[in-house]
Each structure stands twice: as structure tokens, then as C-alpha cells.
Design a protein around this ligand. Structure first.
Ligand SMILES: Cc1cc2nc3c(=O)[nH]c(=O)nc-3n(C[C@H](O)[C@H](O)[C@H](O)COP(=O)(O)O)c2cc1C
Length: 361
């Protein structure tokens, strides 16, 4: 249970951190969609380990293989399966973890629930699983691009270091311009130094990702349980190490007056209904209103650190543990393509749901 996401564009991921492979099966992909392997690979390369000294040094080429559902570069409408083989698995780094639980990782809770777990690399809880989501997100992107929708995410803050970025003008190139994936170049440098200093000290840090979607028409979403922001929240909070989600003004809106917070409507020169401000983050009543969709996702400091910490053994004896193996001192730079992928999966799913129910619009 819990391995499938989406209703029409339905993705099921499989695989563990140190197993033979991770992968995804997409059911419900529309037929005759161009599936360009190089574009899927580009997204995977943004997520893969070993990109800079700020990321885990595990060496994985993350080459994607398409196993089914594509013929002569086009989707066939049948189940589309993709696989990424694991190459650099080092089980010896994890021998201590068989008996000891890493603080704030998934070791104890998986063991408590199932009475068994894949220990090496955190098994299914490892961010390695998100490679499969990124591959699926690249397919969803094809659907969105055909509909004129663009999704971007970037690092907005690392601890107290916060970038100022213009949602309206930021580009994918600005985001990829540095290893941190923060489009504010001066702040990116300070963030790099902070993460690097923390890494040298064997510790970790967290921060906030900003994500936006442009060109979303005013009709994606559904009432009550399948509100667009509810599905986005689930998508984002399903990413390992995510701890918070905001849409639009989010928690900051709680300090404003209604008269300040309301997004006044007007009709622009072409007669299109717009809002003067966008505290709603482009979603009202669970349905997109045609403005920019704006989100924030909070990520905690990486659980595994190279410092001695208090824990217990499987049989409850108190002990200490010091992280070994290769870990990200800050997950944010690699989380950018994952947040984009989950955003795209939700929007593609809602686009296809809209077409299924309200096809003529
Ligand atoms: C891109 C990315 C990389 C990550 N790398 C690590 C890592 O190297 N070490 C680690 O302990 N956790 C890492 N995590 C987070 C763990 O997978 C996560 O904290 C763990 O599964 C427990 O889940 P929770 O934090 O959501 O409760 C990473 C997360 C992401 C998104």
C-alpha cells in the first residue's frame, strides 16, 4: 500500500535504495505523446547524486531505460514502465543500522510497522525512490507543455539565508546557473558556503523551496476532497524530508486583514478575469483561477549526520550512533527537480481529469 499516486495519470513506483533498481509504471498516459529519452534523462541528471560537493558522493549515473509503453518515440497509451538501475550500493556502510535506529530517519517506524525492513540506504524510505518520480514527472511535463503550462522550483532559503526572486520573471536557466539551484546568485554563494561549512562539521541543514506554475487555465482542480491544493499538499509532503507546505500567502496570511488579503478581481484589456494580488496562490475553492500557482515546501536538516547521537538498539538498549556512508548535508538542491516532478504529476492528473469530466471546455 502507498506506492501509487494519481487518479487518471497514475504512477506506481518500486525499488529500494540498494536493490537492483528503482522504477515507475505509469498507467493512464495519453497515447501518441512524444516520449524523448534525453529529456527524461536531463531531469534525472538534475536529481542524481554526486553533482557537487554539496550532495552525497554516491556515484550513480541514473541512466533511465524505457521498458514498455513507447513505440517509435510515441506513447502507446498502455502502461509505460521505466527503470533506473542502482550501481553504487555499499552495504557495509549500513551494518550498524541493522541493530541501531538512526534518529529522525524511517528506521524505527518501518521496523515498528512491518517487523522487517530493507536496511541498506534506508530501503524504500531513501530519496533514491524519487528518481522514479522524476522520470514520471518528465513524462507529465510533456502533457503540460502541450497545454502551455510551465512548472519551476528553486531554493528560496537555507536556514536563515533567504533569497529574493521574482516569480514572474525567473527562468529555468537562472535556477540551473549554480549548484545550490537558487536564482539569486549572491545569496546562492552564501548558501553554498553555509552548506559546505556544515558539511565539513559533519552536520546538516534544511530550508525552503519555492515552486510556481505558469499558464495554468482557470479550471484545474475539483471540489471537496480532490482540491488542487489538497493534492499538491499530499504530493509535496510525500517527498522524503519535507515537513511543511504552503500555498499562496500560507502561514504569513494569518497576520493580515481580510481587506489586505483579498485578491480583488478586474478584467484586463482582453477581457480576461484577473486578480490584482495573488494571496490565493492561484487556487480558490480548490480550483485554479488562472493566476500563477505559488507554493512553498519546507525541508528539514538531513537526518543522517556524522556526529555521535543518542539512540537505542532493536531490543531497546540505549546506545549511540554516528552516521556513516554518503549523505547530503542539505537535501534542497537535489529536491528541486523532485518538487517540480510532483507538481507536474498533480497538474497533469488534474488536466486529464478535467478533460474526462468537462471535455468540451
Ligand atoms: C534529495 C534528497 C536527498 C536525501 N538524502 C538523504 C541522505 O543523504 N541521508 C538521510 O539521512 N536522509 C536523506 N534524505 C531524507 C530521508 O530520505 C528522509 O528523511 C527519511 O526517509 C525519513 O523520512 P521523513 O524525513 O520524511 O520523515 C533525502 C531526501 C531528499 C529529498
Amino acid at each position: 500500500m502507498g506506492n501509487t499516486f494519481g487518479q487518471v495519470f497514475r504512477v506506481t513506483t518500486f525499488g529500494e535504495s540498494h536493490g537492483p533498481a528503482v522504477g515507475v509504471v505509469i498507467d493512464g498516459c495519453p497515447p501518441r505523446l512524444p516520449i524523448v529519452l534525453a529529456e527524461i534523462q536531463t531531469q534525472l541528471d538534475r536529481r542524481k547524486p554526486g553533482q557537487s560537493r554539496l550532495t552525497t558522493q554516491r556515484q550513480e549515473s541514473d541512466q533511465v531505460e524505457i521498458l514498455s509503453g513507447v513505440d517509435q518515440g510515441l506513447s502507446t497509451g498502455t502502461s509505460l514502465a521505466m527503470m533506473i538501475r542502482n550501481a553504487d550500493a555499499r552495504s557495509k556502510d549500513y551494518s550498524e543500522m541493522r541493530d541501531k535506529y538512526r534518529p529522525s530517519h524511517a528506521d524505527y517506524s518501518y521496523q515498528a510497522k512491518y517487523g522487517i525492513r530493507s536496511v541498506e540506504g534506508g530501503g524504500r524510505a531513501s530519496a533514491r525512490e524519487t528518481a522514479a518520480r522524476v522520470a514520471a514527472g518528465a513524462v507529465a511535463d510533456q502533457i503540460l507543455r502541450n497545454a502551455g503550462i510551465e512548472v519551476l522550483a528553486w531554493v528560496e532559503s537555507v536556514q536563515d539565508l533567504r533569497a529574493e526572486v521574482n516569480d514572474e520573471t525567473v527562468t529555468a536557466e537562472d535556477i540551473e546557473a549554480n549548484d545550490v539551484r537558487c536564482p539569486d546568485a549572491a545569496m546562492a554563494e552564501r548558501m553554498f558556503e553555509r552548506i559546505d561549512a556544515v558539511r565539513k562539521d559533519g552536520d546538516s541543514v534544511g530550508g525552503v523551496l519555492r515552486a510556481i506554475a505558469r499558464g495554468v487555465p482557470p479550471h484545474l482542480g475539483a471540489p471537496v476532497f480532490d482540491k488542487l491544493e489538497a493534492d499538491l499538499a499530499k504530493a509535496m509532503l510525500s517527498i522524503p524530508a519535507s515537513k511543511g507546505f504552503e500555498v499562496g500567502s500560507g502561514f504569513a496570511g494569518t497576520t493580515m486583514l481580510g481587506s489586505e488579503h483579498n485578491d480583488a478581481f478586474y478584467a484586463d484589456a482582453s477581457g480576461r478575469i484577473r486578480t490584482r494580488s495573488n494571496h490565493s496562490g492561484g487556487i480558490q475553492g480548490g480550483i485554479s483561477n488562472g493566476e500563477l500557482i505559488t507554493l512553498r515546501v519546507a525541508f528539514k536538516p538531513t537526518a543522517t549526520i556524522l556526529k555521535e547521537q543518542e539512540t537505542v538498539t532493536k531490543d531497546g538498549k540505549s546506545t549511540t550512533i554516528k552516521g556513516r556512508g554518503r549523505h547530503d548535508p542539505c537535501v534542497l538542491p537535489r529536491a528541486v527537480p523532485i518538487v517540480e516532478a510532483m507538481f507536474r504529476l498533480v497538474l497533469a492528473d488534474h488536466l486529464l481529469m478535467h478533460r474526462a469530466q468537462v471535455a468540451s471546455i
